[in-house]
Design a protein around this ligand. Sequence first.
Ligand code: GLY
Length: 417
Amino acid sequence: MKVLVIGGGGREHALAWKLAQGARVQTVYVAPGNGGTVADPALKNVPLTEPGALADFAAAEKVALTVVGPEAPLAAGIVDVFRARGLRVFGPTQGAAQLESSKAFAKEFMQRHGIPTALYATFTDAAAAHAHVDKHGAPIVVKADGLAAGKGVVVAMTLAQAHEAIDHMLATPGARLVIEDFMDGEEASFIVVCDGRTVLSLATSQDHKRLGDGDTGPNTGGMGAYSPAPVVTPNVHAKVMHEIIQPTIAGMAKDGLPYSGFLYAGLMIDAQGQPRTVEFNCRLGDPEAQVILMRLKSDLFEVLMHAADGTLDGVELQWDRRVALGVVMAAQGYPAAPRSGDAITGLPANTPELQVFHAGTEVVDGTLQSRGGRVLCVTALGDSVRVAQQRALQAVRGIRLDGAQWRSDIGHRALKP
Ligand code: GLY
């Protein structure tokens, strides 16, 4: 059978890599893919991004299942386009994807359905937003309303930072922002597969959003992740399912927007083990996908076929008990002004314990080059966080990419004495 993965990042490389292992899978197309997917003999890049052209391709090639990786095509309604053509596709509709594409929609939804989250207010008027933060003080969180590739959130530790974020986010005419109370605790990524009714939780994970070691520097799309996340104890897991995930799926169905796809709840877990929702994403996380899929033993193609067909009930997922840990190598200048066009050499051979997932890469005249942003995610399995971290870092140190930035402390919360 043929599968089409839409997207070109590290998450999509990992999805395509895992789907290609499916017992019934013959071909995995990746549109548009990257320099890693083009080099993998099990995958085929397709230079398409426009939803109508992708649907034409899926119909002409008799693709059995299309899996949409990133948020932008989901928010633009690609699932609706495929469904209208009778093509099997896994992902939420444009209406359901508002859980990620509009912070205001998500906050209002959570409030109405009693899903634990921070108190918030929505603003389009800068003067009102400035007055709000003056009244509430810092720390406080300022979020742009639309999609921002994980970079539209400012956790302002001072009033000056909050005022600057408001001016920046409301500079565009018609912009809207959400200001919410600061939540203290430890973050975790809780991602499920859903067919509209039945929910299967994936292995837990934890991202590292800041650029530098010790969680310093600017926010990024994510500089590394590991799975499982020890902060999600069995008790916390049960609370998240009962208080956040199940009410969300039930609430979306009740509101006439049944949710089918990956649903990612970004959590803040306080010292008492009480989880609250920081945000929803309507897709797998990146780089969370890379570590989660390294640990998945089940046939992902069969799972997502069931999810797309509404028959997930009775499906169980099998996991590798080891830790997976991924270290992102980002281009020089990322996130503010990432550089492109640097040669990448010294990539290690992929093995069952070590996979290099590509993101911003391209093969030009037979040589691998960076295309800015996050370039690679070097992902390793190990019997402990320390072993997986050392295995990934050893491979990172052997890769030559001029000006590359990476963190050497991915997994540090799980390594605390
Ligand atoms: N790693 C964070 C995200 O995918 O949104």
